[in-house]
Design a protein around this ligand. Structure first.
Ligand SMILES: Cc1ncc(COP(=O)(O)O)c(C=O)c1O
Length: 389
């Protein structure tokens, strides 16, 4: 690994941390950049936070830098606190009615399953779950499984780009195109996308793509975003109406940006400093040659998966090509995942998620720049001990 990079983060020396995928971890220079913005804010809060002064320009500069990273037009992307909020804004805005259907998969994040269940219940609509064929080998089989669930009542396709329980990269492009061809709105949960996958949000063509910068892009916590195709931006209504919103939704909005941006990005007294530090996170990754860091992390994760496969004799969920770079979910032998997770933390000082998915016990390992081979050796030894492997 790059042991020099571990010092750029703030790891707890008493914990082997293999769960970057949960909430990320932000490097020291990026936190320092945020701290500098916070100091400026607290010196003269009105000058800093009043959208009539520098806030709008500063936020738009940071978001334009992010848009450049993600292959998006700056006017199509707005800052949101996290993916949870961005997806709630979309799901609650869509015109769903009785009998309508939302097609999704059996690999979605549990909180988002709750969101769509609630939205469907209120509208009298129905959530239809398509099974992703495993092992995940090609886009055609995935697209066929998803599109096979479409009916004349389907209004929304909801897919994760990188799945949370199974750490797979879903080949979403053709499924999005299939949805568009049938007039179905596509909503993508890209919580793990930015910084983990090369993104071209303009080219991808999803109607809505929500993501996080605080996981793999290494920005401070609370840096989500929503990207929307220009043609569907007018559908979106903010959860909280603030000064940038207008009833007519005319562009430019009160702060001189597209109506979508002004209505969603500026909200009362919200701390903008995490967003203003996004360019520092992008610069940190560039300074440290991130493609090579990612390649090493991927190799460590896949090597660990192969070693565990030999110990357990269980086949992987999918081939390495379908796995998220830097993350892998492994099948475990019969066990109680919650108890195993607790034992790994309490007896071995290892933070790593274990859960049940589709009736199977899974372990999800994230490998980030601050992890070394020794971390995975410790996890392997602890699992061998706890599971008698
Ligand atoms: C697939 C997926 N969607 C949504 C979320 C929620 O992200 P956030 O907590 O930043 O809103 C997560 C968090 O891990 C996730 O894995």
């Amino acid at each position: 690994m790059r042991p020099d990079l571990a010092g750029e983060f703030l790891p707890d020396p008493g914990v082997t941390f293999l769960n970057h995928g949960a909430f990320g971890a932000c490097p020291r220079p990026v936190l320092a950049a945020q701290r500098r913005w916070q100091t400026r804010m607290e010196r003269q809060p009105v000058a800093f936070l009043d959208p009539g002064r520098d806030l709008v320009r500063r936020m738009r500069e940071a978001m334009a830098r992010l848009a450049g990273e993600l292959g998006a037009a700056p006017g199509d992307i707005v800052a949101q606190v996290n993916t949870t909020q961005a997806l709630a804004v979309v799901a609650r805005s869509l015109p769903l009615g009785p009998g309508d259907e939302i097609v999704t998969t059996d690999h979605e994040y549990a909180a988002m399953e709750k969101l769509w269940a609630d939205v469907a219940r209120r509208a009298g609509a129905r959530v239809v779950v398509a099974r992703v064929p495993l092992p995940l080998t090609d886009a055609a089989a995935f697209t066929a499984a998803v599109a096979g669930a479409f009916t004349s009542r389907t209004r929304v396709l909801f897919l994760s780009h990188v799945t949370s329980p199974t750490a797979l990269v879903l080949p979403i492009g053709p499924a999005i195109a299939a949805a568009r061809a049938r007039g179905i709105l596509s909503v993508i949960d890209g919580a793990h996308g930015p910084g983990l996958l090369p993104l071209d949000l303009g080219g991808l063509g999803a109607d809505f793509y929500a993501g996080n910068c605080h996981k793999w892009l290494l920005a401070p916590k609370g840096t989500g975003f929503l990207h929307a195709r220009r043609e569907v931006q007018a559908l979106v209504q903010p959860c909280a109406i603030s000064h940038g919103w207008t009833a007519e939704g005319a562009s430019p909005g009160p702060f001189g940006n597209p109506a979508f941006v002004d209505a969603l990005e500026f909200q009362g007294t919200r701390d903008p400093t995490a967003f203003l530090a996004i360019p520092a996170a992008i610069a940190f990754r560039a300074r440290h040659g991130w493609p090579a860091v990612m390649a090493r992390c991927r190799d460590l994760a896949q090597d660990f998966a192969a070693r565990m496969g030999r110990r357990t004799g269980l086949p992987p969920l999918s081939a390495p090509e379908a796995c998220a770079p830097q993350m892998v979910a492994l099948p475990l032998p019969q066990c109680e995942p919650a108890a195993l997770k607790r034992a790994l933390l309490e007896r071995h000082g290892i933070e790593v998620p274990c859960h049940v998915w589709g009736g199977r016990a899974l372990l999800r390992v994230s490998v980030q720049a601050y992890n070394g081979a020794g971390d995975l050796d410790r996890l392997e030894a602890a699992l061998a001990r706890e599971l008698g492997l």
